[in-house]
Design a protein around this ligand. Structure first.
Ligand code: GLP
Length: 274
């Protein structure tokens, strides 16, 4: 689908019935992108939301629908203080849920180093490496209940770069479910900045479930504000929000967004582009 058609909207919003449809729709966009550009640079995310999308990418790779052999990837964030072999590290998450099951070259997968001796230098190096590899073609995002993207918590600078970021109590509590009670849970992270994310050529944010409804409303229909980091995507020329019915529940203009999608489908069909 030619997303350029939708550039008159601050964000394109696709509302689907179920979380499964969200994963399928998102996976299809990634597969198309890689098929068009086999050496694509992907921006990837952790959290429960992208898991179903990753399973679909694994299946597509197994079925030879898509190859990751030339792909590079950059993850959004990592806990500061956790080495990549720590079971709660995002590096471990990515290996377990995606990289170990596809034909990507592990050397081409990048996650901020949570155990860097000099984290500030590591942040600057991460941004430099993204630039060196030509920038991110397509960035996958989830969203925190407080509107965070990556670990850019509310009050993050809208032009921020990859940096060390302190987590809010809400995010620490939300993510506590992954840590056992005795286990050290980091309160700091390394995250791509909002400015870094906005430089990706295309941004695809997935949200599912009622817990995300408030964040989605603020991101899509609220003011552009550092209080809701995801609202910065309103400034992006090619941002797509794919949400299920529960996450879309708070949107005021839901019917209009659905109408826009139907009209766009018709237009694309008439242009022979679907
Ligand atoms: C973490 C990650 C975010 C992710 C968020 C939501 O805080 N740093 O990138 O979007 O969790 O996670 P979930 O998809 O599990 O709700």
């Amino acid at each position: 689908m030619d997303i350029a058609l939708h550039r008159y909207l601050p964000m394109r919003i696709v509302i689907l019935d179920s979380a499964d449809e969200v994963a399928a729709y998102g996976a299809e966009i990634f597969i198309r992108c890689i098929r068009q550009k086999p050496a694509a640079v992907l921006g990837l995310a952790t959290g429960s939301t992208p898991l179903a999308l990753y399973r679909r990418l694994i299946d597509a790779n197994r079925d030879a629908v898509v190859s990751f052999a030339k792909v590079s990837s950059f993850n959004l964030d990592e806990y500061l203080g956790l080495a990549g072999d720590h079971p709660q590290s995002y590096r471990h998450f990515m290996n377990t849920h995606l990289f170990d099951h596809i034909d990507i070259n592990p050397d081409n997968t990048h996650v901020p180093p949570g155990d860097a001796a000099d984290p500030l230098q590591a942040c600057a190096d991460y941004d430099k490496l993204i630039t060196k590899l030509g920038g991110i073609d397509i960035q996958l995002l989830g969203i925190g209940r407080n509107g965070h993207i990556g670990f850019n918590e509310p009050s993050s600078g809208l032009q921020s770069r990859t940096r060390v970021k302190t987590l809010t109590r809400a995010t620490i509590d939300d993510n506590a479910r992954f840590f056992s009670t005795q286990e050290f849970q980091p309160h700091l992270s390394i995250t791509m900045g909002i400015g870094t994310i906005l430089e990706a050529r295309k941004v695809v944010l997935l949200a599912t479930g009622a817990a995300k409804a408030g964040a989605i409303k603020a991101a899509a229909e609220g003011p552009l504000t550092a209080s809701c980091p995801a609202s910065a995507l309103q400034m992006h020329p090619d941002a797509l929000l794919i949400v299920d019915a529960a996450a879309a529940a708070g949107l005021e203009r839901k019917a209009f967004y659905k109408h826009i999608e139907r009209e766009n489908q018709k237009l694309l069909q008439s242009l022979g582009k679907t």
